[in-house]
Write a protein that binds this ligand. Structure first.
Ligand code: CP
Length: 321
């Protein structure tokens, strides 16, 4: 394991916001060093022996929760997956009280997913334990942003780029409700990419261009033109409390990515999706399963490596003390 020196000194990972290019590089370099562990026959190293990680997910998850659990276990940490449904949260305990009680057991890192945007910042102000944001409302999902950066970085040579500078990334669909879009836009801009937000006006954050330094496009065809990376987003029905769309069928017709539309992008363009996918809504199966274009399962594999890197660095393993 190559030392990351003292490039990483943060206690928490709350978002992509505020991370420097050097910090992002340190995280990605660490993930690259660690990911060979996942290709071994015996997928276990003693790096985090004696460390404790608690996973606390208040929203559903397949990829993030499983990969944080595997990340800790493959580095020999003790990992506790707290079941919110059978916890004392259900008896009315506040979130802060729950976390204060978990902190009293002296974990090294607590990984939290929660429906409330900004809740991780609140908890970090009131707790000493290292916290990782595994997705807070529509705010941020930094480990998804990092795994997406790593996946794009892997494909830079194919895309004819040595770095992220000048790379065109189209983030398409329900941008308004997407923490993935926010974390990606922040990280990609930090690394020098050109970012487009592409979606209907009703699913676009107010003042997106000014807030994120992106260009905004309200026609999919326009947003896709010449893009090197096409990142499709899921329609987040669970975060919609009013009518944002005439119908899902009409959305799929105008905003669904199919092979014909993908031809508008760069000839070598890669297609990404954070999952879970609504097949036939934001993406046709012919694109999801296209081995030439789709890197969706590479994203998942990189998610494990990135989460190993995050736990490794937050546990202090990469810092010279
Ligand atoms: N991309 C993502 O966060 O997936 P899960 O909701 O399955 O964790």
């Amino acid at each position: 394991m190559r030392s990351t020196g003292n490039l990483w000194t943060r206690k928490h990972l709350l978002g992509m916001s505020g991370l420097t290019q050097e910090e992002i590089d340190a995280l990605l370099d660490t993930a690259v060093s660690l990911r060979e562990v996942n290709r071994r026959d015996i997928k276990k190293v003693p790096t985090l022996r004696g460390k404790t990680v608690i996973n606390l997910f208040f929203e559903n998850s397949t990829r993030t929760r499983t990969s944080f659990e595997l990340a800790g276990k493959r580095m020999s940490a003790d990992v506790v997956n707290m079941s919110v449904a059978s916890s004392s949260v259900k008896k009315g305990e506040t979130l802060l009280d729950t976390l204060a009680n978990l902190q009293a057991m002296n974990p090294d890192v607590v990984v939290i997913r929660h429906a409330d945007s900004g809740v991780l910042e609140f908890l970090a102000r009131n707790l000493d334990t290292a916290l990782v944001n595994a997705g807070d409302g529509r705010h941020e999902h930094p480990t998804q942003g990092l795994l997406d950066l790593l996946t794009i970085q892997d494909h830079l040579p194919l895309l004819g780029h040595e770095s992220f500078a000048g790379l065109v990334v189209a983030i398409c669909g329900d941008v308004l409700h997407s923490r993935v879009a926010r974390s990606n836009a922040i990280g990609l801009k930090t690394l020098g990419a050109e970012v487009r937000f592409v979606g209907p006006a009703t699913l676009m954050p107010a003042q997106a261009a000014e807030a994120f330094g992106v260009t905004v496009h309200h026609r999919l065809e326009e947003g896709l033109a010449g893009a090197h990376v096409v990142m499709m987003l899921r329609l987040q029905n669970e975060r919609m409390n009013s009518a944002y769309l005439p119908s899902v069928r009409e959305y799929a017709e105008f905003w669904g990515l199919n092979r014909a539309r993908l031809r508008l992008a760069d000839p070598n363009a890669i297609v990404m999706h954070p999952g879970p996918i609504n097949r036939g809504v934001e993406m046709a199966s012919e694109v999801v399963d296209d081995p030439e274009r789709s890197v969706i399962l590479e994203q998942v594999a990189n998610g494990l490596a990135v989460r190993m890197a995050v736990l490794y660095l937050l546990c202090g393993a990469g810092v010279r003390r």
